[in-house]
Design a protein around this ligand. Structure first.
Ligand SMILES: NC(=O)c1ccc[n+]([C@@H]2O[C@H](COP(=O)([O-])OP(=O)(O)OC[C@H]3O[C@@H](n4cnc5c(N)ncnc54)[C@H](O)[C@@H]3O)[C@@H](O)[C@H]2O)c1
Length: 397
């Protein structure tokens, strides 16, 4: 009978678009990529020629009745506008994180989609990776007993000591681009996927201005005032009764990433949720040391550092060689086809934004913040073959 494909087009052919395009063109069979657009003509031309798709304008994408899903990989300050235009043009949207630069605007988009009977899906889709689906299966199957506590930590140096400014309006300090917003979603999506939604939070936030310290940088000597917290620590209470912490530090010299989930019978030590690869460790009660767990799900056919020599495209996507970004778009397409909820839901995206927003409110008001959003825990992906046939596990009702 064959598979009915879903036509998609991408807007924002910058850094991350290459891994999306590679996976949407080469890996996920349900997707048919019609074309891509970018405000910078050379960028859309390059991406279109690398992937053998049409070079398009935003208007052509919005006006093409065959395109069902718009993939919005513009930078954060453009997410709202492009998503709103696409919804008004009758398209479903898969948007990079966060959905908008502030919680209120994101809620407006969610409402617009609801009124129009359309779907918004929101990155990150990394919790659909082999390690995080395996971790979920271990929790659901009782390997760690009752989950009690989760500790998520991301530490980065979002500072400007490079010669070149970040090519994005406002750099990494633009509203909506500071670390808790930019990186927080990987951790909150992973936590909600593993343990369900969060009921209450309490937090502290620090806002640090950034000085340009490299004399080669054109802004040398200037200080940019950050307009949103650059580091946050949030205590979490899950609806299930589990508790946890989310530490999102953007002002450090260091780079660290971890998610630990501790239960009555064991602990899971999970890999960086900004990637698709392991290792995943399980440390059970009465075992001397953590054990690496074989993955029950996987879309990766090769390990990091071991990518095949494809063609010239490899140069553009080398840094993402173990990535399966775009799986969230494929899941959205399968969900539409099968009439089921998609996993990277708008509600989950809103919840992630509310954690950042609520942390600020809690810090300012010296009070515990009660979450107003309560997304469903995303359905676990059924385990299936590793590699090429793995997409079959998304074909569910
Ligand atoms: N680069 C990464 O490592 C990375 C990883 C994961 C997620 N993301 C997310 O992906 C998004 C994009 O990040 P990036 O690093 O690729 O940014 P980028 O700045 O490299 O690319 C964004 C592109 O969008 C284009 N654009 C902006 N406004 C537009 C408009 N109105 N119409 C058409 N094109 C427009 C820009 O010209 C640019 O080419 C961000 O939300 C980011 O948080 C980035």
């Amino acid at each position: 009978m064959g598979l009915k494909k879903t036509k998609v087009a991408l807007i924002g052919a910058g850094g991350i678009s290459y891994t999306y395009l590679q996976n949407m063109v080469d890996v996920f069979a349900i997707l048919e990529v019609e074309g891509c657009a970018d405000a910078v003509p050379e960028r859309r031309a390059r991406a279109a020629s690398l992937f053998g798709i049409r070079e398009m304008t935003n208007e052509e994408i919005m006006g093409d009745p065959e395109i069902e899903i718009v993939v919005n990989t513009t930078f954060p300050s453009m997410h709202y506008e492009i998503t709103e235009q696409a919804l008004n043009a009758g398209k479903h949207v898969y948007t990079e994180k966060m959905m908008a630069t502030d919680f209120e605007s994101a809620k407006k988009l969610h409402e617009l989609a609801r009124q129009k009977g359309l779907r918004i899906a929101c990155a990150p889709d990394t919790f659909l990776s082999g390690p995080y689906q395996t971790a979920r299966k271990l929790i659901d199957d009782g390997y760690i007993g009752e989950p009690i506590c989760a500790v998520a930590t991301v530490v980065r140096g979002y500072r400007n000591d490079q010669a070149q400014p970040i090519p994005r309006p406002g750099g990494l300090w633009a509203f909506g681009s500071a670390l808790p917003m930019d990186m927080g979603g990987y951790y909150s999506h992973a936590l909600v996927h593993l343990l369900g939604p969060i009921a209450r939070i309490s937090g502290f936030a620090a806002t640090r201005s950034q000085e340009f310290t490299n004399p080669k940088n054109e802004y040398y000597g200037q200080t940019i005032s950050a307009d949103a917290p650059t580091s946050e620590v949030t205590a979490l209470e899950f609806c299930s009764g589990a508790i946890g912490t989310l530490i999102a530090v953007g002002d450090s010299h260091d780079a660290k990433s971890s998610i630990e989930v501790h239960g009555t019978e064991g602990s899971l030590l999970c890999p960086d949720p900004n990637t698709f690869s392991g290792p995943l460790y399980l440390h059970r009660r009465n075992c001397k040391a953590p054990m690496e767990v074989p993955l029950t799900h996987d879309f990766n056919q090769y390990a990091k550092g071991d990518a095949p020599e494809w063609d010239e495209r490899r140069k553009s996507i080398d840094q993402w060689k173990e990535s399966r970004r775009g799986i969230g778009v494929a899941d959205l397409a399968w969900a539409i086809a099968n009439g089921r909820p998609h996993r990277c839901s708008a509600e989950l995206g809103l919840h992630a934004m509310e954690i950042v927003y609520g942390t600020g409110v809690s810090a300012e008001q010296n009070a515990v913040y009660r979450m107003t959003t309560r997304p469903a825990q995303p359905q676990a992906i059924p385990p299936f073959f590793i590699g090429g046939a793995a997409e079959k596990s998304l074909d569910t009702n």
